[in-house]
Design a protein around this ligand. Structure first.
Ligand code: GLC
Ligand code: CA
Length: 512
């Protein structure tokens, strides 16, 4: 694993909504380059850039129509290359978003694949051999091709599934992983990775990484496929960093990914933290952290030494963090996010508590996700400094509340969320046991109870983390005595006769 992942802190950029420099109402590469200093200043040293390739944007770019060309609305390949270079000058690594499972139905490969005459792309996608048979358990595209067959889709109905084979084919049209079509798709995927890695990107966030091989037996085929890619990377690009949208670290890390996300779907109980009726990090104090911790430990034990479990503040698919928690609750949530193992991921705008925008009509396949994708609020100038275009030209309507948070105002306010996060990042970067690979031991994570406490450690040091998002003071019995405080928020902790008491709305990291 690349050394830089040891203390990587990622910032996720949704390019559409970050910064527009040519007043067309949509973010662009030059805008990202312009704001690299801001990201650096915040303390992040890596970026995950959402898809920025040619696309009809029926799913915000997760419907690629040309993997080798940047979407003109963001700039050119040269601009993207310059983004890599400028980021590197600041010590910032850049991961691109790789969408290996499907393309847009407008991709040239798919147009070729729809033809009745066999050609090099006939087996690029998963097709049945008759229009009257649909692939089971998957949606499909049917009735628009000259070719007799139905093509499986991976997500929306305009995203045909690329063919990596079936783990155990049981219909004549199902190919095995070893067949020529699936093998050619895999080689093409390597070509795409090679192309961007050579240009200077530092690795990939992989979309729906667990979905490639069909009829898979518990991920076995897909794990094997990623192991094959791992060998290729080890040979040609040993420093490339890979993070999967999979949500099952026991599988993805075995496949050779360095990192996997906890997600709002799947078995992780991630939603218990910030996105359920009674989130643990709400001041109401009605939440439950215990199930999350139980699942986390299961994954942690299975994945230790192999790679990192990454907890995002949010992403372009989930509700904004600030939809269900606010004010000090957000600060305590970040004290958690920035003191857990693995590489933290901050979704653009979460550092200023950007809000979920209610009642948005879907933009580019966003549906309810559109409310989490509104343009960044930089300052008090027109369109919050996002774009000089007329307001009605903005790609997504912004938060229009008069008190909408902005980066500028928060930079100038010592007590802002942004400055709290900066402080937390500075501490994390100076205390190795708090970084990606420091061990974690949970000390107090009881059912329906507060506070939440854990130990981060390495051979040299032990840091006790205590978080009490609830409004009420809370105690637990602890064998460790909090000594030197390296971070505190809210009121001070007290210790008496083996009992630690944490006042409501407080957090602290202590050497013991
Ligand atoms: C992933 C992406 C999401 C996209 C989907 C299909 O979940 O994060 O935005 O719509 O895959 O590619
Ligand atoms: Ca623009």
């Amino acid at each position: 694993m690349s050394k830089w992942l040891d203390n990587a802190i990622f910032y996720e950029i949704y390019p559409q909504s970050f910064c527009d420099t040519n007043a067309d109402g949509i973010g662009d590469f030059n805008g990202i380059i312009k704001k690299l200093g801001y990201i650096k200043e915040l303390g992040c040293n890596a970026i995950w850039l959402n898809p920025c390739f040619k696309s009809p944007f029926g799913d915000a770019g997760y419907d690629v129509s040309d993997y080798y060309t940047a979407a003109p609305r963001y700039g050119t390949n040269e601009d993207l290359k310059r983004l890599f270079c400028e980021a590197h000058k600041l010590g910032i690594h850049v991961l691109l978003d790789l969408v290996p499972g499907h393309t847009s139905s407008e991709h040239e490969w798919f147009k070729e694949s729809m033809k009745a005459t066999p050609n090099a792309y006939t087996d690029r996608y998963v097709w049945t051999d008759s229009i009257w048979e649909e692939p089971q358990g998957m949606g499909c595209i049917r009735g628009i091709s000259e070719r007799d067959g139905s093509c499986a889709v991976n997500f929306f109905s305009h995203q045909p599934a690329l063919n990596y084979g079936f783990y155990k084919p049981d219909r004549p049209w199902q190919q095995s992983m070893e067949d020529d079509g699936p093998k050619a798709t895999l080689e093409e995927l390597k070509n795409i990775m090679r192309f961007w890695l050579k240009m200077g990107c530092d690795g990939f966030r992989v979309d729906m990484a667990g979905s490639l091989v069909k009829n898979d037996d518990n991920g076995k085929g897909t794990i094997k496929l990623w192991q094959n890619i791992r060998e290729f990377l080890d040979r040609e690009f040993p420093d490339a960093a890979m993070v999967s949208e999979w949500g099952e670290p026991d599988k993805s890390l075995q496949g050779g990914f360095h990192m996997d996300f906890l997600l709002h779907f799947g078995p992780s109980h991630y939603n218990d933290l910030f996105r359920c009726e009674e989130p643990f990090f709400s001041g109401r104090g009605e939440g439950d952290i215990s199930e999350f911790v139980k699942k986390y430990m299961e994954n942690y034990e299975k994945s230790e030494q192999k790679g990192l479990i990454c907890i995002p503040s949010g992403n372009h698919d989930m509700d904004r963090l600030a939809r269900s928690i606010h004010g000090d609750e957000l600060k305590i949530a970040f004290a958690f996010l920035l003191s857990m193992p693995g590489a933290p991921f901050i979704y653009y705008g979460d550092e200023i508590g950007m809000r979920y925008i209610e009642n948005h009509v879907s933009v580019e396949g966003g549906y309810n996700r559109t409310g989490s994708r509104s343009p960044m609020q930089w300052d008090s100038s027109v369109n919050a400094g996002f774009s000089a275009a007329p307001k009605d030209m903005l790609y997504i309507r912004q938060d229009e509340a008069p008190d909408r948070p902005t980066a500028e105002a928060q930079i100038n306010d010592r007590d802002s969320l942004l400055n709290e996060i900066k402080k937390l990042i500075t501490i994390r970067q100076s205390v190795p046991s708090l970084q990606s690979n420091g061990k974690i031991t949970f000390l107090y994570a009881e059912k329906n109870a507060y506070p939440f406490a854990y130990l981060r450690s390495n051979e040299a040091e032990k840091i006790l983390v205590i978080l009490n998002p609830s409004h009420n003071e809370a105690s637990f019995s602890c064998q460790y005595i909090p000594k030197e405080a390296i971070y505190t928020f809210g009121k001070a902790v007290s210790y008496e006769n083996g009992i630690i008491t944490m006042p409501g709305g407080s957090a602290g990291f202590y050497r013991i």
